[in-house]
Design a protein. Structure first.
Ligand code: FAD
Length: 223
């Protein structure tokens, strides 16, 4: 499906490799593409004739249970991250497919099973370490390089190469209830929402849970 032929693929194993790759590409005026887990079907992680910084070997994950945060490198997939966080009954709201990379998904905003309860993936991002086009290594958060941090949360990979993501952890499971919740028409019929509005829709966002979807979920939580 994707047929692109880079001249060189650099299999980065750490921040130093990323900085060197950015500097070589800039110095020689070569196109540079960045690959996280390679799940983007448009093939934006590759390029023709340039350099690919392949980050798929950067798979470090470290939880801080006291702070309820986790740091993960850009080669990590949602399956990798869930495996570590679920050992402690915690999770980061991510995508619905385990093989998708945390990097591209987070940079695109990211939505999945937990979004209605805990927001988009980028809402749960606390900071990133990033190598910018001039080869500088920065940390961006609400308090440091806040404009860069704003752009990263949904702006895609256009602002530099992220070498570490720090997320807020949320309590989830490890036993969770999943499935479809249906109501008889007479139960929700007096409400103003359209019969076509899916249960757990916009009114079900965190802090606004007054719709039948929210009531149902509260009433069906596992013990
Ligand atoms: C089967 C499938 C299911 C999906 N399900 C969901 C879903 O449930 N929710 C959802 O939100 N999305 C979903 N997506 C979309 C997915 O989030 C995007 O395709 C995402 O880009 C994948 O990230 P990746 O790291 O695997 O991809 P890659 O192809 O490696 O990268 C995607 C883009 O991000 C850039 N990038 C990657 N890593 C970095 C980095 N460290 N620094 C800077 N730029 C970087 C790349 O250059 C590229 O432009 C799904 C996609 C597929 C194919």
């Amino acid at each position: 499906m994707i047929d692109k032929r880079p001249t060189c693929i650099v299999r980065c194993t750490g921040v130093a490799d990323v900085i060197d790759t950015v500097n070589v590409a800039r110095t020689h005026g070569v196109t540079l593409a960045v690959r996280g887990a390679g799940h983007n079907i448009a093939g934006t992680a590759l390029c023709d004739g340039g350099i690919v910084a392949d980050l798929s070997r950067m798979k470090g994950i470290r939880l801080d249970l006291a702070a309820q945060t986790v740091r993960a490198q850009p080669g990590v997939t949602w399956g990798d991250l869930d495996r570590e966080t679920q050992a402690f009954g915690l999770a980061v709201p991510g995508g619905i497919v385990s093989t998708t990379g945390i990097a591209g998904l987070t940079l695109g905003g990211g939505f999945g099973w937990l979004t209605r309860t805990y927001g988009y993936t980028c809402d749960n991002l606390l900071s990133v370490d990033i190598v910018t086009a001039d080869g500088a290594f920065l940390t961006a958060s609400e308090n440091e390089h806040a404009d860069l941090f704003w752009g990263i949360r949904g702006g895609g990979g256009n602002f530099g190469i992220i070498t570490s993501f720090e997320y807020r952890l949320r309590p989830v499971g490890p036993t969770v209830l999943a499935g479809l919740v249906l109501y008889r028409r007479d139960v929700g019929g007096t409400r103003s929402r359209s019969p076509l509005t899916p249960l757990g829709g916009a009114g079900d966002a965190p802090g606004r849970g007054r719709g039948p979807g929210r009531r149902a979920r509260d009433g069906h939580r596992p013990p």
